[in-house]
Design a protein around this ligand. Structure first.
Ligand code: XMP
Length: 517
């Protein structure tokens, strides 16, 4: 970490929006980290934050065992912003009073600016702001030295501040999209109140990550990197290549479960355009024979994970001197594991490659550990990687195996691949690709009757799945225009032998999942 980096610390009290706060701050090009509210005052001091944000949270400040913060953070002399629960905590700890409200306030509200100062510096007096509220408690008395700077119909202490101590609080959520001017509030906190500088740019974090990797790996050490074709491992590989040059070897395992033309594309992009050392392993038959006859989704995943480790390990043996393995772990995974709510029960298997580093006694390099997904893409652009590769839709580790429902075999995979290429091709042609989180075809082992010309057909069904999402955790089905759907359907039925019916999946997540298996 460079000494010049200015840190904003977000203390997490268990809010569902904490990650969003960090993302919004980073969008202002200021570095910020999330820590659980349980870290000690000494740890906070050691991090030397230039500003502190107290997140929201589901608790009531007056409840027994409610999460709190050491009041000495208010004596550090750095600006503090409390959001929702964070505001109530400020009121509670500094001598105000918080009570249960008669009614929960949830959803849209309008705040009127009373004093255009501090975090409201970028607004004018009497300006009305649309905001998003979500709280069950309310402040009934302000702590000494605080004044109201914004009011809403239901909440007289909606935004408050103590200008001389630079401590502010808002009852609403400036970090969510439903608070359209939220970025102006955060910008005022960061730049006008805290006097920070927008130095966390793609160039800065890319340079820093390269320097960190270069410093970590001893000059004679060799490094391995597993490439999946996805964005994260690709950017991690290119970053490490910049730091290590020829000492990096990338291993790409073709498991036979990739989309049309994908394996060829990965190999040519990495070898020809990006000039990385790439070992491509053709393990298609190994994966397909291990999957023969298997229909259960979880069993498919387990088999694919196991075979991947076997293949990777076998290949890595050729690079005996390697001590390091590169992984594309992102910041959200890091936060999950230190969360105030406790470590996430399910660590995604593709992030720890199923225990591979321990098994092979390799130390980890995780150059993207501090980055959010959008920052990874920005880093990739900074490193000159092709746009197509950086903006591809996410693709699951087990690949087409979890989209080929029922038995996975060469014949059905070929049918699925052809249908999927049509779905993606038409969505691209309609200019919709970048507006959609994921779009793909699913092959269902459901046969139905059709007529083609004079012939009766009895073939399988293709489901078209397209969703909007911001992080894959929740999703809404994409309303693709009928004419695009019509082209997709016509082309699949006319061009793909093996499918005679196309259906559209109109399920959101929850209650559905994005993938069918
Ligand atoms: P679901 O289907 O759970 O998917 O709504 C959420 C996101 O995760 C991807 N996904 C996976 N990725 N290995 C992966 O690497 C998996 O086993 C896996 N299952 C789902 C899915 O494509 C979506 O983006």
């Amino acid at each position: 970490m460079s000494l010049a980096r200015e840190l904003v610390l977000v203390l997490d009290f268990g809010a569902q929006y904490t990650q969003l706060i960090a993302r919004r701050i980073r969008e202002q090009r200021v570095y910020c980290e999330i820590q659980p509210c349980t870290i000690s005052f000494e740890q906070v001091q050691a991090m030397a934050p230039k500003a502190i944000v107290l997140s929201g949270g589901p608790a009531s400040v007056y409840a027994e065992g409610a999460p709190s913060v050491d009041p000495r953070v208010f004596e550090l002399g750095v600006p503090v912003l409390g959001i929702c629960y964070g505001l109530q905590l400020i009121a509670h700890l500094l001598g105000g009073r918080v009570e249960k409200a008669d009614a929960r306030e949830y959803g849209h509200a309008r705040v009127v600016v009373e004093h255009a100062e501090g975090i409201f510096h970028r607004f004018s007096k009497r300006e009305a702001l649309d905001v998003w509220m979500s709280h069950g408690d309310r402040i009934v008395a302000l702590p000494p030295g605080f004044q109201t700077i914004g009011v809403s119909g239901n909440t007289p202490f909606c935004a408050v501040g103590n200008a001389s101590r630079r401590i502010y609080g808002v009852q609403f959520h400036p970090e969510v999209v439903h608070t359209p001017r939220g970025a102006d509030i955060l910008a005022a906190l960061l730049f006008d109140v805290a006097g920070l500088h927008p130095t966390w740019t793609p160039g800065a974090f890319t340079d820093e990550a390269v320097a960190t990797v270069a410093a970590k790996v001893a000059p004679g050490d060799h490094v391995l990197c597993g490439l999946s074709g996805g964005v994260d491992s690709a950017v991690a590989a290119v970053l490490c290549h910049k730091a290590l040059g020829e000492r990096l070897t990338c291993i790409f395992v073709d498991n036979g479960l990739l989309r049309q033309g994908e394996a060829e594309q990965v190999v040519s992009t990495f070898r020809q355009s990006l000039r990385l050392n790439l070992v491509a392993v053709d393990a298609r038959s190994k994966f397909l024979s291990a999957l023969a006859g298997v229909k259960d989704p979880e069993q498919k995943r387990k088999i694919i994970g196991r075979v991947f480790i076997e293949v990777f390990e076998e290949e890595a043996k050729r690079f005996q001197g390697s001590k390091w393995l590169v992984q594309g772990t992102l910041y959200p995974d890091v936060i999950e594991s230190v969360s105030f709510r406790g470590p996430s029960a399910v660590i995604k298997s593709h992030h720890n490659v199923g225990g591979l580093p321990e098994k092979m006694n390799l130390k980890l390099i995780e150059p993207l550990r501090e980055l959010f997904k959008d920052e990874v893409r920005a880093a990739g652009e900074e490193l000159g990687m092709p746009r197509d590769m950086l903006w591809r839709h996410p693709f699951p580790g087990p690949g087409l195996a979890v989209r080929c429902l029922g038995e996975v075999n060469e014949t059905r995979l070929a049918v699925l691949r052809a249908a999927d290429a049509i779905v993606i091709g038409e969505i691209r042609a309609a200019g919709l690709y970048d507006t959609i989180w994921q779009a793909f075809a699913v092959l269902l082992p459901v046969k139905s009757v059709g007529v083609m010309g004079d012939e009766r057909t009895y073939e399988e069904t293709c489901a078209v799945r397209a969703v909007h999402s911001v992080d894959g955790m929740t999703a809404d089905w994409a309303k693709i225009p009928y004419d695009v759907l019509a082209r997709i359907s016509n082309r699949i039925i006319n061009e793909v032998r093996g499918i005679n019916r196309v259906v559209l999946d109109i399920t959101s997540k929850p209650p559905g999942t994005i993938e069918w298996e």
